[in-house]
Design a protein around this ligand. Structure first.
Ligand code: ATP
Ligand code: MG
Length: 598
């Protein structure tokens, strides 16, 4: 359900009205967070439909699937279900896929996870594997990221400067073409190709959508830009909305400079600036303004005035530091419980906890579970579903209970112990006694026996990853907190292994309970475009935000914009949080907090 209040056309301020009532020709709306950009986009769809435009000829592009759902819900409120259903709303990738579907032959499929294709490319060439080029990248993931960046720039393999990349990219494309497979980025590129080569395709889709609207334009990449230009070639009815303060996908090839390119491509475009913020009160906007001012000289300066009054009673914008990371998590959960008691009519879903990377959810999940507060981790796998976390927990489990082979079968060859499949099948049938007896299982047995000597779960886990580093997948050394670190931190609060495992199962059970109203946990990236009554931005320390990979230049500026995005999600209460120690190690307060404390 939508928590957004949807202002009607009549309630909009004059600048918003001007944008919403814009009809034909190119138009760009530039405005800071919370100024009603998305509201204007919806009001413009309403206006077009009320002026007699066929809803089927309207295309609205959003940035995420969640934003698509949100926009559809808001649109139903203003134009009714029937008309709202006929408007095309979707991410550019989803729209491109839909365009392609009727033109591609049936035997083409989309690879949800192209890792195995890249694995083939990075293997040695052979008669069986003519597409192999050898291990030119450290990992398939790294190679795929680079290929994806090239595709975001609409570069073909032969146009890529870097020779290694060009070779890997070309082999990858050849393999996919042979197997009739598309990856995610191919959707847009194929559409661009069809536009060039297929006149039926061109005519059909240029005629279909007469009005194209784009939200979050600052995060468009070059391929998407070409896609938009092709779509509006005849009508020039391109309406884009953006805020360069919130460009946070540069690492994936987004190009905020396209906001300037838009003005060059369409010199006659109408340009509209919105400057009233309807989301947050001044205390919050003041903090947001000081953070984003760090990027001065690298952005389009925008001013905003808050429409919302600061209420002496309820409004907050605070910086809170605690001694330990667990103390921080506990503070957040207790504060939510306290606010909920004081304001029982505000639903749980009006509270959000935002963090820089997924792994950070763990402590907050546990603290919320302990307070019996319903929560939902948005978009990603639950912490305890991570493969490394599961493996380590299963090792602890076999030390106390080996009745279920499902727990220990996957561990036999993790790390690789060269136990043949036949033996695995044998002991699976024979149960734990068979494992105890089989000579090939000796090394596994020894690991479990040694592990059983530890009473303390954190010590047990530390011993396991130190003596058998390959039980877990190669960790990304650049990450400030790894999944393994996070698990050990959680374990360190318990004295015995059974106690810890009991607790883990309890948290997993809690997280699985269905709930229709829950505190929202997500990365800052996922929070884009959304808003909550109370927002906690957590773990604001150097190395996490800003991320330790991004401590200078353009990537540091992207971290600053992330911090701005996080702060501007809050309507009434904002808590900027940090601890002095993480996992017992002292850390430095984020530069963003230091700027705000000055
Ligand atoms: P972001 O940059 O974060 O995506 P935005 O510019 O898209 O923000 P919206 O989400 O459209 O901003 O609007 C922010 C809030 O202000 C929403 O709750 C919206 O309903 C409300 N709002 C926008 N315009 C008005 C208005 N004229 N009167 C009252 N409320 C408004
Ligand atoms: Mg928006």
């Amino acid at each position: 359900r939508s928590t957004f209040y949807v202002p009607s056309l009549q309630e909009l301020n004059p600048a918003q009205q001007e944008a919403a009532r814009h009809t034909d020709g190119p138009c760009m709306v530039i405005a800071a967070a919370g100024s009603g950009k998305t509201a204007v986009l919806i009001a413009r769809i309403q206006y077009l439909i009320e002026s007699g435009v066929d809803p089927r000829s309207i295309l609205a592009c959003t940035f995420t699937r969640k934003a698509t759902d949100e926009m559809r819900t808001r649109l139903v409120d203003v134009v009714g279900r029937d008309a709202a259903k006929q408007v095309t709303i979707g991410t550019m990738h989803a729209v491109a896929y839909r365009m392609l579907k009727s033109f591609l032959k049936d035997d083409w499929k989309v690879a949800a996870d192209p890792t195995w294709l890249m694995d083939t490319v990075l293997s040695e060439p052979s008669n069986l594997n003519p597409h192999g080029v050898g291990p030119l990248y450290a990992s398939s993931q790294e190679a795929l990221t680079n290929v994806s960046r090239a595709k975001a720039e609409a570069l073909m393999p032969e146009q890529v400067q870097d020779n290694t990349l060009a070779k890997v990219y070309a082999a990858y494309e050849a393999l996919k073409a042979e197997r009739h497979i598309l990856d995610f980025d191919d959707m847009l590129l194929h559409v661009l190709r069809f536009f060039k080569t297929n006149s039926d395709f061109r005519d059909r889709w240029r005629r279909r959508w007469r009005y194209v609207l784009v939200d979050e334009f600052q995060d468009t990449n070059y391929s998407q830009w070409l896609f938009l230009l092709e779509l509006v070639r005849n009508t020039r009815n391109l309406f884009v909305i953006g805020d360069d303060f919130q460009a946070i996908y540069g690492f994936r090839g987004s190009r905020p400079d396209l906001m300037f390119q838009f003005q060059k491509e369409f010199p006659d475009a109408r340009k509209i600036v919105l400057d009233i913020n309807y989301r947050s009160h001044d205390l919050i906007l003041e903090l947001a303004g000081r953070v984003i001012a760090l990027n001065r000289g690298h952005q389009i300066e925008k001013r905003v005035h808050a429409a919302r009054e600061v209420s002496e009673d309820t409004s907050t914008a605070e910086i809170i530091t605690t001694k330990s990371d667990w103390g921080e998590a506990k503070f957040v959960a207790e504060e939510i419980a306290r606010l909920h008691e004081r304001y029982p009519r505000i639903p749980w879903s009006e509270y959000a906890i935002l963090y820089r990377t997924n792994v950070q959810s763990r402590a907050y999940e546990e603290a919320l579970a302990e307070q019996d507060i319903p929560y939902q981790v948005v978009g990603d796998k639950h912490f305890y579903e991570n493969r490394d976390v599961k493996t380590l927990l299963d090792y602890l489990r076999v030390t106390i209970d080996h009745s279920d082979p499902a727990t220990w079968i996957p561990l036999l060859n993790r790390p690789r112990r060269f136990i043949p499949k036949q033996v695995v099948d044998e002991v699976k049938a024979g149960g734990w006694e068979a494992v105890m007896a089989h000579p090939k299982c000796r090394s596994f047995r020894e690991t479990v026996e040694e592990l059983s000597r530890y009473e303390n779960p954190a010590e047990a886990l530390r011993w396991l990853v130190q003596t058998h580093p390959t039980v877990v997948r190669q960790q990304d050394d650049d990450e400030p907190v790894t999944w393994v670190d996070a698990l050990i931190r959680s374990a360190s609060r318990y004295k015995t292994v059974p106690e810890f495992l009991w607790y883990v199962d309890w948290v997993i059970e809690k997280s699985r309970q269905p709930k229709d109203d829950a505190v929202q946990l997500m990365t800052i990236h996922k929070s884009k475009g959304l808003e909550w009554w109370t927002v906690f931005v957590v773990d604001l320390v150097e190395g996490i935000l800003p991320h330790r990979k991004s401590l200078s230049g353009p990537s540091l500026r992207e971290e600053t914009r992330l911090c701005y995005v996080a702060i501007t999600r809050a309507k009434e209460n904002l808590y900027l949080m940090a601890a002095q120690q993480y996992g017992g190690e002292p850390v430095e307060l984020s530069r963003y907090l230091r700027v705000l404390q000055e």
